[in-house]
Design a protein. Sequence first.
Length: 426
Amino acid sequence: MTDTTSTAAQNARAATRAQQARYQPLRADVLTDPYPAYAHLRRESPVLWDLRFGWLVFGFDGVAGGLRNPRLSARRPGPGDPIPRILQSVVDEVRYVRSVQGQWLLCADPPRHTRLRAALGPAFSPRSAEDLRVRIESLVDDLLDRVAATERFDVIADLAYPLPATIIAELLGVPIGDLDRFKCWSDDIAGSFTLSPETMHRAHDALRELTAYVADLATPQVVDHGLLSIAHGHGTAPELDHDELVAQSVMLLFAGHETTTNLIGNGILALLRHPTQRERLRSEPGLIGSAVEELLRFDSPTQATFRSVAEDFELHGQSLRKSEPVLLMLGSANHDPSQFIDPDVLDITRADNRHLAFSQGPHFCLGAALARLEGQIAIGRTIQRFPELQLADDPPTWRPNVFLRGLESLNVTISSTRTQSPTTRS
C-alpha cells in the first residue's frame, strides 16, 4: 500500500468519525427504530468506517454485492487477529468464542463451506420443511390453546420461542425438556454481539456449556437418530466427523430458532401497529406468504452480517484493506428506496420483494424454508384466532443487539369470550 493510498484512507476514516457519532445501534431510540438512522447514513455515508465495528455498508447495492463478493470472507477473526480495545479484559473468552463460532457453517468459506452445506442442506430443503407442516400446525394450535383462556400472554415466551426451538430440538434429536436451558444459553451467546466484556464473558460460558452438552449427546448410542443422522450423510451428501457434527449442532441449536423467533415477534408487532394490514390479512388469509416476505423486509430479524476483507478493493470511493472487518447492514438495505417503493410503508401485497433478510448468494440462510413456514403458520393462525389482539405494553422492550433484532417480550391482550377456535385441527 503506497503512502498516498494510506493517507487517503486515513483521511476518509477521519472524515467519517463525525458520522459515526450518529450511528449508535444500542441507544434506546435507535433500538426502538433504527430505520431513520439508516436512511441518514445511506444518504451521507453509504460506506462508513466505525472504530468499534469496522466498515459498515448501508445501501442495497453495496450490501447485495458484498454478499456475493469473493473478496469478502465469512471467516471470523482468528487467534492472531487483533481484539478490540474494549474487550482486552476478557481476551481469553473472546478467543474461545471466536474459535467456536469459526467452526460454524455461517463462518466458513469455500471449499469448506461447500462441503458443510452439502451435508446439512438436505435436512433443511423446502421439501423437508414441507414434511413438517402438520407437526408445526399442531404445535402452533397447542401453544395457542394454552393461552386462549387468558386475558394476556407474551407472544415471545408463549409462541415465538417455543415453536422454532421445539422443532429444531426435535430435528436434532435433543430433549425437549431442556428448552429452558437452550433459551438461557442462546440469549447469552447472542449477547456476544453487543461487544461488551460482560456479555462476552457470559457468551463464553454459554458456548462452553452448550458445546459440552451437545458433545455428550453425540455418542454412538444415538447413531442414525436425529443429531448423528446428519453425521452419516444424506444419500450422496458428505459425512461430518464428530467435531464438525458438534460444531454445526451448536450452531443450529442457537441459530435454528433466533431468526424465526424474531420474525414471529417482529411480524405480529408490525401487524398490531398497522391494523389496516392486519385486517386485510384476516380477510384474505391466502396473503400470508407475501405478508411474511414483507414482514421479513419491513423489520428484519437479522440486521447485519459479518464479513472480513480477503483482498483489497474499493467501494463507494472507500479503500477496504485485507483483514479489515465489514458489517453488511441487511436491515438498512431492506429499506433502501432505490430498491423498494415506499420502503417505510408496510404493504403485505408488495410485489417484486427481493429483500435480503435471509442474506443472498452462497450464505443464503440454510433454514429459510423452515423459518418461512413456521412464520406463516404462527402469524397466520394467531391473527385469525385472536381478532381483538392488542398490545398490552407499548412500546415493548427490544433486546440490545447490533446483529439480531428481536423483542425481550411482546405482551398482548385478547378477548377470551370471542376467541375463535382454529377452523382445522391436525
